[in-house]
Design a binder for this molecule. Structure first.
Ligand code: UT7
Length: 318
C-alpha cells in the first residue's frame, strides 16, 4: 500500500461510543451448555465472559449516537457513514437504516472485511475526508452469536456481540493518520469462513498461526509508512480474538503488553466491534494523551489484515 501523499486533507477522531447487549454469558454458563470449562477458556483465550444479544442495526444506532453526542455534532452535519459488519441484519441497507434512525442524510454504506472491518472502515473514512467530506461516522458492529454454532466448542466460547463508533472530523493540515495498510489473501479463505445463512467454521490452530504473522506484517508496514518504530507506539489497539495472539504479536513487534488495549476478557471476540471497543476503553481510562502514537491492527476471515498509525489529536499537544 502506498504512503499517504503529502498535502492530503486529514481528520481527527472527535468522539466515540460503544454499545454492548445487556445479557452477560459467563464461561461457567457455557460449561453448562457444552463440554468445556472456565479454566480451559481462560487459559487458552483470556476470555471470562461475553455479551450476547441485540441486532447489528440497533447496536450501531446506540454506539453511533453516543459518538455524535461526544463530538457535539447534530446528526444532520455528518457527510458520510461507514458501517463495518460481517453480520448484517439485512442483505443491504444496514448503514442506511442506521443513518435513518440517527436522523442523518448522507452517503451510507456497509463494509465487510470480517474482523479487520473496523480498520478498513476507518481508512475509508479518512479517504472520504481526503476527498472533501468534513465529518464522517465510522461504526464497527457484529452480532456473531447469530452465526455461532452453539454445539461447536471450538468456536462458541470465542464469539460475541457489540458495537463501537468514532466520529472523524476534517482539520487543517495532515491530521491524525500517519500510515496505513490493508491486506487480504483469499487463498486462506477456507480456514475461517461462514457460508451465507451458515455458521462460522474455523481451523483454530491454523488461524492462530497465520494471525500472528499477518498482524505483525501489516503493523510493520503501517509503522514504516508512518516513519515510526515500535518504541514510538504509546498504545496498540489489536483485534480482540485471543490474548495469546495479542501477546505473541506484541512480542514479535517489540511492544510490551502493558501498552496493549485489551477488553476481550469481558467482551469475547466481537469482530468489527472489537477494535473500537478496546479503543474506547483505553480512552475512557485516560490511557491516551494528545500527541500519542496509536497503532491499530486487525486480522480476520478472508484472510484480511488491516492496520494504521494515528497521532492522537492530529499533532495538537495537550
Ligand atoms: O477473529 C479471528 C477468529 N479466530 C481466532 O482468532 C481464533 C484463533 N485460534 C485460537 O484462538 C485457538 O486456536 C483456539 C482458542 C480456538 C483453540 O486453542 P488451542 O490452544 O489452539 O487449542 P486446540 O485447538 O489445539 O485444542 C487443544 C485441546 C484439544 O484436545 P486434545 O486433542 O488435546 O485432547 C481440543 O479438543 O483442547 C480441546 N478443546 C477444548 N477443551 C475444552 C478445544 N476446544 C475446547 C473447549 N473446551 N472449548
Amino acid at each position: 500500500m502506498p504512503a499517504i501523499r503529502p498535502g492530503t486533507k486529514g481528520g481527527v477522531i472527535s468522539g466515540w461510543g460503544i454499545a454492548l447487549p445487556e445479557k452477560v454469558l459467563t464461561n461457567h454458563e457455557l460449561a453448562e451448555m457444552m463440554d468445556t470449562s472456565d479454566e480451559w477458556i481462560v487459559a487458552r483465550t483470556g476470555i471470562h465472559e461475553r455479551r450476547i444479544g441485540g441486532s447489528t442495526i440497533g447496536l450501531s444506532v446506540e454506539s453511533g449516537r453516543q459518538a455524535l453526542e461526544m463530538a457535539g455534532l447534530d446528526p444532520s452535519r455528518i457527510d458520510g457513514l461507514v458501517l463495518a459488519t460481517t453480520t448484517p441484519d439485512k442483505q443491504w441497507g444496514n448503514a442506511a437504516a442506521v443513518q435513518n434512525e440517527l436522523g442523518m442524510r448522507c452517503g451510507a454504506f456497509d463494509v465487510n472485511a470480517a474482523c479487520s472491518g473496523f480498520v478498513y472502515a476507518l481508512v475509508c473514512g479518512h479517504g472520504l475526508i481526503a476527498m472533501g467530506a468534513d465529518r464522517v461516522l465510522v461504526i464497527g458492529t457484529d452480532t456473531l452469536s447469530r452465526i455461532t454454532d452453539w454445539d461447536d466448542r471450538g468456536t462458541a466460547p470465542l464469539f460475541a456481540d457489540g458495537s463501537g463508533a468514532v466520529v472523524i472530523e476534517s482539520v487543517d493540515g495532515p491530521g491524525q493518520l500517519l500510515g496505513w495498510d490493508l491486506d487480504a489473501d483469499g487463498s486462506l479463505l477456507s480456514i475461517l469462513q461462514a457460508e451465507v445463512g451458515g455458521y462460522i467454521r474455523m481451523e483454530g490452530k491454523e488461524v492462530f498461526r497465520r494471525a500472528v504473522r499477518i498482524m505483525v506484517d501489516s503493523a510493520e508496514k503501517s509503522m514504516a509508512h508512518a516513519g515510526i518504530s515500535a518504541d514510538d507506539v504509546a498504545l496498540i489497539v489489536p483485534h480482540q480474538a485471543n490474548v495469546r495472539i495479542i501477546d505473541a504479536a506484541c512480542q514479535r513487534l517489540g511492544i510490551p503488553m502493558e501498552r496493549a488495549a485489551v477488553v476481550l476478557d469481558k467482551t469475547g471476540n466481537t469482530s468489527s466491534a472489537s477494535i473500537p471497543l478496546a479503543l474506547a476503553d483505553a480512552l475512557d481510562n485516560g490511557r491516551v494523551a494528545n500527541g500519542d502514537l496509536v497503532l491499530f491492527v486487525g486480522f480476520g476471515g478472508g484472510m484480511t489484515a488491516a492496520s494504521c498509525v494515528v497521532r492522537w489529536g492530529g499533532g495538537v499537544d495537550d
